[in-house]
Design a protein around this ligand. Structure first.
Ligand code: 5RP
Length: 224
């Protein structure tokens, strides 16, 4: 099975998992990326009736069918299910996200959700996070200052050329960042002035990971 088929398979499994729980009051959170796009395809095709969806990017909003109401996070109390992919995950359900540059809104939606279902293929697994360059959304004037701080932490920052986030900011991708204790790195980076958000999801990790491999899907659930 190629990677796209695996992504599609985990997205379909996520949709089937939540389908019995969807009703006219349900608010869905929808992330960004190629795996999430497969989930959006399922949702669009189903014609299921929900209250609406909060999206982590303009790109995902544009893929939603006109039958799904797009809602702002400010209009709802919470998100029932947040569905999104990841660039890397570990056995503790910690993630690196932001390959698509939507990490800030993704983290806000994850924090606001009752259940975060992460859809991945098995190539995204890592024993130790950090193989995927860590995206950091930064305020433009702080880019070099933040890069210097990140270098002191052992990482190699690379400016993401020709990319502006939906929030009007820039992205630094940090290679080889030591990440033995992800939540410490997450907190330390977010304390640097000018950092908007970083792509480590450790303080708010996934509740469920649906991992597609050659033999099908494995649904992994974290104990709360
Ligand atoms: C976007 C993300 C995506 O979830 C992540 O990059 C995975 O993307 P894909 O599903 O295309 O592999 O964090 O900011």
């Amino acid at each position: 099975m190629n990677q796209d088929l695996k992504k599609k398979s985990s997205a379909i499994a996520a949709f089937e998992l939540i389908l019995p729980k969807l009703n006219k009051d349900t608010v869905l959170g929808i992330g960004t990326g190629s795996t999430t796009n497969f989930f959006i395809e399922e949702l669009n095709a189903s014609k299921v009736e929900i209250k609406g969806a909060v999206c982590s990017s303009a790109a995902s909003e544009s893929h939603l069918s006109k039958n799904i109401t797009i809602i702002s996070l400010n209009e709802v109390h919470a998100i029932d299910f947040y569905i999104d992919g990841a660039d890397e995950y570990n056995d503790r359900f910690e993630l690196i996200k932001g390959g698509g540059g939507a990490l800030t809104r993704e983290k806000i939606l994850a924090y606001s959700s009752d259940m975060f279902i992460c859809i991945v293929d098995d190539s995204k697994h890592s024993d130790l996070l950090g193989k995927f360059p860590l995206p950091i959304e930064v305020i433009e004037i702080a880019r070099s200052a933040i890069s210097r701080e990140v270098m002191k932490m052992g990482g190699r920052p690379v400016y993401r050329n020709d990319f502006i986030t939906d929030n009007g900011n820039q992205i630094i991708d940090v290679h080889n960042m030591p990440m033995d204790i992800p939540f410490e790195v997450e907190n330390k980076i977010n304390n640097i002035p000018g950092v908007v958000e970083n792509g480590i999801f450790s303080n708010r990790k996934a509740d469920v990971i649906i991992k597609a491999n050659e033999d099908g899907n494995e649904v992994l659930c974290i104990e709360k």
